[in-house]
Design a protein. Structure first.
Length: 68
């Protein structure tokens, strides 16, 4: 069966880690988007305070399957 996908861009953030920032974005998207199938990390950023990473920010492109 052929499939068609739509892509959207999300930005997740976390004070813990890059992985947590990704999970935050995907968890929130999953509440309103159905058929999430994949993601691609487009950008990584962070906030520095006192010479240490304080917040991680990840820009994702997320693909979800369009329904018939």
């Amino acid at each position: 069966m052929d499939k068609v996908y739509k892509k959207v861009e999300l930005v997740g953030s976390s004070g813990e880690s890059i992985e947590k920032a990704i999970e935050t974005a995907l968890s929130r998207a999953n509440k309103t988007l159905r058929n999430l199938d994949w993601f691609e990390v487009k950008e990584l950023r962070g906030l520095v305070e006192g010479g240490k990473a304080k917040t991680y920010q990840v820009t994702l492109e997320v693909g979800f399957r369009l329904e018939e």
